[in-house]
Design a protein around this ligand. Structure first.
Ligand code: ZN
Ligand code: ZN
Ligand code: ZN
Length: 103
């Protein structure tokens, strides 16, 4: 099962939020459509707080959700290593849950 959601990286505008290539360049995550498909069940990406942007500050999509803002997650068990935050104290993604926060 997949569902179509608004692209988090460009907030559904279809434009690159950082205008990396040009002001009219399309969003690299949704390829300009403003929408992305996610596998269900999907939860809000804890690594980027659903923004789709890399929380480390780089002007690139979140490495965990690929910029979609949501992750496929069947588990409701919070990852004990990162305590559900999806990241280590240094900001890197948790290797146990792969940044999803649950496993
Ligand atoms: Zn987009
Ligand atoms: Zn994310
Ligand atoms: Zn974890």
């Amino acid at each position: 099962m997949t569902k179509v959601i608004k692209c988090a990286f460009c907030k559904g505008t279809g434009k690159d939020p950082f205008e990396l290539l040009s002001a009219i360049s399309g969003c690299q995550v949704c390829e300009g459509t403003g929408q992305v498909e996610v596998e269900e069940p999907a939860i809000v990406c804890v690594f980027c707080s659903g923004t789709g942007k890399n929380p480390l500050g780089a002007r690139v999509p979140c490495i965990v959700c690929s910029g979609k803002g949501s992750n496929f997650c069947e588990s409701t068990t919070i990852c004990h290593l990162c305590k559900g935050t999806g990241k280590w104290s240094d900001g890197l993604s948790c290797t146990r849950c792969k940044g999803v926060g649950f496993n």
